[in-house]
Design a protein around this ligand. Structure first.
Ligand code: NAD
Length: 346
């Protein structure tokens, strides 16, 4: 029941897109435009059911609203999802058709790259609408700049977290366990290595592990055990849902700060982390580097501007930690509350 779910999640608008000629089946969810146009990438996945796709779009869109709001950006949250296999079902016409649908929204929603989509796909969308980022030639589309800035943001967030937990933001000599050495994880290792941290890493892809070992002196751990490695900071940079009632009792770190989306299995798991005295850097704050530079690029910022923009993560995390300390609530709840407060002010 779409309308009921929209009401539950306070969603403004859901657009269903169907086009037999191009094979497009997509959903655009605009969660909120209270603070400004809804920003959020376009995901392509072979969703098992239509319901799964609709719910994913709605929840991801809401997550984007919170991400923008907690940073005080003048953007709302949205998301587009295409039902299909990115390896088999892509065509120029498919993305052009989606572009026309985005165009009909007249700027209420601005899209970009997400899981399963690429810069080449955004190029097709851009033939139909101006409301698209990550197009060829943009700063973000060059050399995986979004992943680079996401990694930089996680690094900035780790320092802010170390400051709150250890009373110093110096990471030299600290041990960091990095789960996942993809586009973000491996770049994060570079920042940490340059800061003098010791690295423990895991990835099912052995070539990524040996890259980290050779370049950054990282020690390999089993992907099944990395979350429980004895360390100062655990950095989830692979999957969501990894912090839950089974894993949290076994964590052997003081801080969790990583790039993965939706790290908490459920919202109340934030309180479990708090009970264990593990400082949790809320994922939607610490992994916001990509969003922060997208917002700047739309406004025509330079690369240096963007790096400075990402440093907002330090300020916002400090505010979240202070608020959590003063009120006694979990850091994840504190971040949610601050986002809601900014939204309510709009
Ligand atoms: P990626 O696909 O490039 O990398 C993910 C890596 O995790 C891969 O190397 C994969 O082999 C590894 N992996 C899979 N299962 C694992 C396991 N059980 N243990 C250890 N490693 C495992 O993705 P990415 O772009 O680096 O993103 C990583 C996470 O950060 C994702 O959750 C993503 O949603 C989130 N994120 C990414 C960005 C970005 O700019 N790329 C921005 C915000 C959030």
């Amino acid at each position: 029941l779409v309308l009921e779910e929209m009401e539950r999640l306070s969603l403004e608008q859901v657009v269903f897109c169907q086009d037999r000629a191009s094979g497009l089946r997509a959903v655009i969810a605009v969660h909120s435009t209270r603070l400004g146009p809804a920003l959020g990438g376009c995901r392509m996945r072979p969703y098992a059911t239509e319901q799964e796709a609709v719910l994913d779009a709605m929840r991801l869109a809401r997550g984007m609203t919170y991400k923008s709001a907690v940073f005080g950006l003048d953007y709302g949250g949205g998301k587009a999802v295409i039902i299909g296999d990115p390896a088999k079902d892509k065509s120029a016409e498919l993305f052009r058709t989606l572009g026309r649908y985005i165009g009909y929204l007249n700027g209420r929603y601005i899209t970009g790259v997400d899981l399963g989509t690429s810069v080449a796909d955004m190029k097709e969308i851009a033939k139909e609408t101006i409301y698209v980022t990550d197009t060829p030639g943009s700063v973000m589309a060059t050399n995986d700049f979004t992943a680079e800035m996401t990694a930089y943001g996680v690094y900035v967030g780790m320092k802010a977290s170390a400051n709150a937990a250890f009373g110093t933001n110096v990471l030299s000599g600290k041990t960091v366990a990095v789960q996942g050495l993809g586009k973000v994880g491996l770049r994060l290792c570079r920042y940490l290595y340059e800061a003098g941290a010791k690295l423990i890493v895991a990835d099912p892809d052995a070539s990524r592990v040996s890259l980290a070992a050779t370049a950054y002196g990282a020690v390999a751990e089993d992907p099944e055990r990395i979350a429980f490695a004895r360390c100062d900071i655990f950095a989830p940079c692979a999957l969501g849902g990894i912090l839950n009632e089974t894993s949290i009792p076994r964590l052997a770190c003081r801080i969790v700060a990583g790039a993965a989306n939706n790290q908490l299995g459920e919202e109340w798991h934030g309180e479990l982390l708090q009970e264990r005295n593990i400082l949790y850097a809320p994922d939607f704050v610490v992994n916001a580097g990509g969003l922060l530079i997208t917002a700047r690029e739309i406004q025509g910022g330079s690369e240096a501007d963007m790096r400075r923009g990402v440093e907002a993560i330090d300020r916002v995390l400090r505010t979240v930690y202070r608020f959590a300390r003063q009120t006694g609530i979990a850091t994840s709840d504190a971040a949610g509350y601050l986002a809601e407060r900014n939204l309510a002010r709009a």
